[in-house]
Ligand binder design. Sequence first.
Ligand SMILES: [Zn+2]
Length: 100
Amino acid sequence: MTDNVPTLYGIEISWPGYRNQPCHGTLVFCDQCEQTHLHGGGSDGSHKVAHCTNEKSRYRDTGYYVKVINWTEKEFRDAFKFVIKARTKKRALLKKGKKR
Ligand SMILES: [Zn+2]
């Protein structure tokens, strides 16, 4: 992999699967799509193929590495909501500024 491959933050999550066997995945915080992406398996820091739905996402060509942080899913989702809210507000302000 090239050095341009970015690293995203993620957390490991698990949920009950077939016959209640725990399934493990890594939830990634994607700033390009402004949503989370779920990758199968735990994260050993290996390269992931981008699950981006945003066609302009800069991760689509490179994929990304995931740095797993030790946060709860709630902490992670709350932080994500906070970032999205701030970005939405910033965009609204910029749009308003352009209209002047
Ligand atoms: Zn994405």
